[in-house]
Write a protein that binds this ligand. Structure first.
Ligand code: NAD
Length: 241
C-alpha cells in the first residue's frame, strides 16, 4: 500500500506531482492553504480516473494543523509511505528591504513546513523501517541568488536537511532525497513578467522553461530509487552546469 502526502499541491509542481503519483498507484493527499476550488477540482479529476485521493487544507508552518492532516490521512488512506515537501513561497527583494516578518515567514513555511511534515509522518516510517521523503529545494539552494537571499537561504537549508537526515535515517530504512528545479513555468515565476521569463528562457541551454510535470517525474523517480539517498538532483534544462 503506497500513500503519499504532497504539500502545497493544489497547483504547479505539487499538483503535477500529486497527479503523477495517483496515476502510479499511490493513494494521495492533496494539501493546500488557498484555492480550495483548485484542490477539489484536482481531487475530483483524479477520482474520476479511479485514483484514491483526498484533499486537506493545512498551513504547513502550523505543526498542529499538519499533525491533524496526517492523522486524517492515516484513517482515510493509510499510513504515509511517501512525503513530498513541496509547499513553498518566494519573494524578490533587495536584502535591505527584507522585513524580519518576511524572513521569519519564509523560514516557517519553506523549512518549518518540512520539519513539521517530517515529524508528523516519521513515527510510522520508523516503526515500519521503511519510507521515502523527497524535498523540493531549488537551484538557488545550491547557488547564490541576487534579490532572493531569504528564499535562497531556506532552499540551502533544505539541502542541509536532506543530507543530514538521509545520513541519520538510512539505517532505519528511510530514504531522503531532494530535487532542485531551475525555472519552472508555474504561478511562482509568473510575477517576473513575460519579458524577463523570455530572457531567462534564452539563457537556458535547452531554450525553454521547465514544465511542472518534468519535476514531478524526477520526484517519482527519487521516491522509488531504492538505493539512492541524500542526493540532490538538479532539473533545470542545463541552466547551471
Ligand atoms: P506555486 O506557487 O504554484 O506552488 C506553491 C504551492 O505551495 C502553492 O500551492 C501554495 O498555495 C502552497 N503553499 C504556500 N504556502 C503554504 C503553506 N504555508 N502551507 C501549505 N501550502 C502552502 O509554485 P511552484 O513553482 O509549483 O512551487 C513548488 C515548489 O517548487 C516550491 O517549494 C518552490 O520553492 C519550488 N521551486 C519552484 C521553482 C519554479 O521556478 N517554479 C523553482 C525552484 C523551486
Amino acid at each position: 500500500m503506497k500513500t503519499a502526502l504532497v504539500t502545497g499541491s493544489s497547483r504547479g509542481i505539487g499538483a503535477a506531482t500529486a497527479a503523477l503519483l495517483a496515476e502510479n498507484g499511490y493513494s494521495v493527499c492533496i494539501n493546500y492553504i488557498e484555492r480550495r476550488d483548485k484542490a477539489e477540482e484536482l481531487e475530483a479529476c483524479l477520482r474520476c480516473r479511479g485514483c484514491s485521493v483526498i484533499s486537506h487544507m493545512a498551513d504547513v508552518s502550523d505543526p498542529d494543523a499538519v499533525n491533524a492532516m496526517v492523522r486524517r490521512i492515516e484513517s482515510e488512506l493509510g499510513n504515509v509511505t511517501l512525503l513530498v515537501n513541496n509547499a513553498g513561497i518566494g519573494e524578490q527583494h533587495q536584502f535591505q528591504d527584507i522585513s524580519p516578518e518576511l524572513w521569519k515567514r519564509m523560514f516557517d513555511v519553506n523549512l518549518g513546513g518540512c520539519f513539521n511534515s517530517i515529524r508528523a509522518v516519521l513515527p510510522h516510517m520508523l516503526h515500519e523501517h521503511s519510507g521515502s521523503i523527497v524535498n523540493v529545494s531549488s537551484i538557488w539552494g545550491n547557488h547564490g541568488a541576487s534579490c532572493e537571499v531569504a528564499y535562497s537561504c531556506t532552499k540551502h537549508a533544505i539541502i542541509g536537511l536532506t543530507r543530514s537526515l538521509a545520513a541519520e535515517l538510512a539505517p532505519s530504512g528511510i530514504r531522503v532525497n531532494c530535487v532542485a528545479p531551475g525555472v519552472i513555468d508555474t504561478d511562482m515565476v509568473k510575477v517576473l513578467g513575460e519579458e524577463t521569463l523570455s530572457m531567462l528562457a534564452d539563457d537556458i541551454p535547452m531554450g525553454r522553461l521547465g514544465r511542472p510535470e518534468e519535476i514531478a517525474r524526477m520526484i517519482l523517480n527519487l521516491a522509488e530509487a531504492e538505493y539512492t539517498t541524500g542526493q540532490v538532483v538538479t532539473v533545470d534544462g542545463g541552466f547551471i552546469i
